[in-house]
Design a protein around this ligand. Sequence first.
Ligand code: ZN
Ligand code: ZN
Length: 165
Amino acid sequence: MTDQAELAPFAEGGCTCRQVRYRLTSRPLFVNCCHCRWCQRETGSAFAINAMIEADRVQLLQGEVEVMDTPSQSGKGQKISRCPNCHVAVWSNYAGSGDAVRFVRVGTLDNPDLLPPGIHIFTASKQPWVLLPPGTPAVSEYYKAAEVWPKESLERRAALMGKRK
Ligand SMILES: [Zn+2]
Ligand SMILES: [Zn+2]
């Protein structure tokens, strides 16, 4: 059973050359802002903002993505989906959550302001000039979703894990 209202298009995004366009059909499960050195290096910036969402809630509207195997901090690797033309990364899949959850790069949304971080992670390596907003949870490394995510997102995650069995 799917709630139709929940599946109304939530946001669209894409790469820089506009060959790849995608749509999120609902709010994501949660948004992590990661300050680890790996994300800093991959983005060439101070942090990465990842919206975690069920893969079947990401519709490819146009183009195809090229999936690149890329090392990750866990040692298990991540698969980064990029535009084959301009090579901008639109989302990743990590070994931990597999293909079922995409980590959509919030900066590729047409309106990235829609998804501010729900938590700041790996703040141990946060660049010192970055000042975190006081109202948002922040942890030095990682966290347990059960302690931070809203109930609705935990239920969606449980449904996903049920499907994988
Ligand atoms: Zn492109
Ligand atoms: Zn990171």
